[in-house]
Design a protein around this ligand. Structure first.
Ligand code: DGY
Length: 319
């Protein structure tokens, strides 16, 4: 069977595909157009997908040979899962292997925003650091604060665990279902969405994104938050309305924001959010560690191999 690998991945994934006698198709062009990418998809039976290509009805109609897709990501919002399921096309993702790395970035952003690290680095770079000032640029401490997790799965659990261990935070969460492990081990409390946004000092998003959740965090929601609220999004940029977030940050409705995801990506370099002193934006690096990316490559390749051997993918997202 032919596997189209649309971008480079760590060697461990390539080795697994080769050891299992799969033929690998790669793109000859570094940044192929949509048409060139589609032409390669048409030549393949299986896809190992890196990045945010869309897999919907239109795609499946155009590429009827595609039998399975292994995503190089835990998120699968780019795939119309019901359409794939209807056509019996299994979709694999890469959970667990990136939970530590991604929650590390959420934890890092929370601390950067609480102590205005970005702003303070800029102060040095621009030569504006003059003298010690007792009242200048005070941050806020995180000890004993309430962390609100939106979407308490594996990554959310890791974030909650770190915040509890480092800062003794109270953990509240809103999720599709209750998370017994988090309640037992971290004393996490399940709350309604309104309670989450009203009671939290930090909100960190770790849910799987669905199109119906677009702009869930919008003006009316930011207005209910505490003024010291730190907003962290390492999941998907679609969760927050960017204009409303900008307004909430500029007018001091909330304290600050740390974003590893934006909408669209990449964020325009002139985006006014980047200039705000209470914001830290990173270029979607949640899973960007050697360890996580090796784990993702291995798992994505194992999903492909399992399908090729007529076995169930180890991490298949179809119901
Ligand atoms: C993921 O794994 O979903 C990351 O956000 C990369 O897309």
């Amino acid at each position: 069977m032919k596997v189209f690998l649309n971008k480079k991945i760590p060697q461990v994934g390539i080795d697994i595909l080769k050891e299992n006698n799969l033929e690998i198709i790669t793109s000859e062009i570094e940044n192929p157009s949509h048409r060139e990418w589609l032409e390669n998809c048409k030549k393949a039976d299986l896809l190992l997908n890196v990045g945010k290509n869309k897999y919907d009805k239109e795609f499946f109609d155009a590429c009827p040979n595609i039998k399975a897709i292994a995503l190089f990501s835990v998120g699968f919002d780019q795939v119309d899962i019901s359409e794939a399921t209807k056509r019996k096309i299994p979709i694999g993702n890469t959970p667990d292997v990136l939970s530590k790395a991604t929650s590390d970035v959420a934890f890092l952003l929370m601390q950067m925003v609480s102590r205005k690290v970005n702003y303070n680095i800029e102060k040095i770079n621009s030569g504006k650091w003059k003298d010690f000032d007792a009242l200048e640029e005070l941050g806020q401490e995180l000890y004993g604060k309430t962390l609100g997790i939106f979407g308490l799965g594996r990554i959310g659990f890791e974030m909650a665990e770190k915040c509890k261990a480092a800062f003794g935070m109270n953990i509240i969460y809103h999720n599709r279902s209750q998370n017994e492990q988090a309640e037992k081990e971290l004393g996490a409390k399940y709350v309604t969405f309104d309670e989450l946004i009203e009671e939290s000092d930090i909100i960190s998003i770790h849910a799987n994104y669905k199109p119906e959740q677009a702009d869930l965090f919008k003006k009316a929601v930011f207005e209910k938050m505490k003024p010291n609220l730190i907003f962290i999004n390492t999941a998907r940029g679609g969760f927050h309305n960017e204009k409303d977030l900008l307004q909430a940050l500029k007018s001091g409705i909330i304290w600050g924001a740390g974003l590893d995801v934006t909408n669209p990506e990449p964020m325009d370099k002139d985006n006014p959010l980047i200039e705000l002193p209470n914001v830290c934006v990173l270029p979607h690096i949640g899973s960007a560690t050697i360890e996580a990316r090796n784990g993702m490559a291995k798992l994505a390749a194992e999903n492909i191999v399992a399908f090729a051997k007529n076995e169930k993918m180890p991490t298949c997202v179809n119901p």
